[in-house]
Design a binder for this molecule. Structure first.
Ligand code: TTP
Ligand code: MG
Length: 373
């Protein structure tokens, strides 16, 4: 039995902005190009659900979004907060979520910056898959303060449509026997590869719902849509057997930990570092990889964040190397070498990266490399 899980972040870019800027909390938000007081020429990337209630959506001209916001303002509602977008931040959040989700199934395939498929067939039951779905949602909430929607079904197509069924913050399971009843009342537009043009063509033929599409013969659909018609015929029956492409690889595996109370006490950090090293190594071993670089992150009580890294001569995959190298990078943060003001630390992080497929010695190039978290 195949069971596929699809994850889609809710109002992704806008939700990240809302999380990262407390002043935006509870406001309608649009991420996109500059509205320039209604004269802007770009488009909306996305709108959060409050802004969607004003009629604003992805790909709409930003000037139209501005007008809708002004109308709402006249009606006494809050104006939209227009944000330019911090794409490297969205990519980072996406990577952190994908790095985690990828460890939870048999194969993992990102479909876009905020959507991914996970093959969870080996869990063996929809109950177990549903439990994992809610675990993933909880993790995303706890670690990223964001919500996502999860869909679970017998193939990628059903899982994806299921993820969109109960947005935001949804979890929808469609078992094999429920597939047809789930699909039938939906618009043909929900199917993969049916865009606005095919939709218009289908509508002209009197076909609006998947049920109506299913009533057509394969010959009829091929006659009107060529090869694409055959895909429509299959999809209308919930048939889709494209595999979850497992070629994606995590670029780094890391953990971080925030102390309950800021500290400079090394003895409190050691066990945390050791646990992180164990967890990271387990993941690296499971993926049959070796890491070359160990990265340590320190966030001070004033939120200033620094990273230090060390590249090994010989790639490793054991927790001991991670712990020792992590410790060597950590210690200077406890004294004047990296911490002249002796600020306490609120968070430490450890990360393995620069993966290789086998353990051969590589000439050392860079040793210490400061960077951003
Ligand atoms: P989507 O998943 O389509 O949208 P979303 O996450 O904002 O909202 P939903 O809750 O409905 O899933 O796209 C993910 C991100 O991709 C979105 O936050 C912004 C970006 N995007 C664009 O930049 N332009 C677009 O036209 C679309 C559709 C998305
Ligand atoms: Mg989304």
């Amino acid at each position: 039995m195949r069971i596929i899980l699809h994850l889609d972040m809710d109002a992704f870019f806008a939700s990240v902005e809302e999380r990262d800027h407390p002043r935006l909390k509870g406001l309608p938000i649009v991420v996109g190009s500059d509205p320039a007081a209604g004269k802007g020429r770009g488009v909306v990337s996305t709108a959060n659900y409050l802004a969607r209630a004003y009629g604003i959506k992805s790909a709409m001209p930003i000037s139209r979004a501005w007008d809708l916001s002004q109308q709402a303002k006249k009606a006494g509602k809050p104006e939209v907060a227009f944000m330019g977008g911090s794409y490297s931040q969205y990519a980072k959040v996406s990577r952190e979520i994908f790095n985690y989700v990828a460890t939870k199934g048999d194969a993992f395939e990102p479909a876009s910056v905020d959507e991914a498929y996970l093959d969870v067939s080996s869990l063996g039951s929809y109950e177990a898959a549903k439990k994992l779905g809610s675990e993933i949602k909880d993790w995303v909430k706890q670690h990223q303060q964001l919500t996502c929607s999860v869909g679970i079904g017998p193939n990628k197509m059903i899982a994806k449509i299921a993820a969109g069924e109960d947005k935001p913050d949804g979890l929808t399971v469609v078992r094999d026997e429920a597939v047809q009843a789930f699909l039938d009342p939906k618009s043909v537009r929900e199917l993969m590869g049916i865009g606005p043009k095919s939709e218009v063509q289908l509508n002209k033929l009197g076909i609006k719902t998947i049920r109506e599409l299913r009533d057509q013969s394969k010959e009829f659909l091929i006659e009107h849509f060529g090869k694409h018609g055959e895909g429509m015929y299959r999809q209308a029956r919930g048939i889709s057997d494209s595999p979850v492409d497992a070629t994606w690889e995590a670029k780094s595996v890391g953990r971080h930990y925030t102390f309950d109370v800021d500290t400079l006490d090394g003895s409190q950090m050691m066990p945390v570092l050791r646990d992180m090293a164990k967890e990271i190594a387990a993941e690296v071993v499971r993926d049959k990889k070796w890491f070359r670089t160990v990265v340590f992150t320190a966030r001070f009580s004033n939120f200033q964040t620094q990273t230090r890294s060390h590249t090994l001569d010989t790639p490793a995959q054991d927790p001991g190397t991670l712990e020792t190298e992590g410790l060597k990078l950590l210690l200077p943060f406890l004294d004047s070498r990296e911490n002249p003001k002796r600020l306490k630390l609120r968070l430490i992080g450890l990360r393995a990266e620069k993966f290789v497929e086998q353990q051969k010695t590589i000439k050392k190039k860079e040793a210490q490399q400061p960077g951003l978290f």
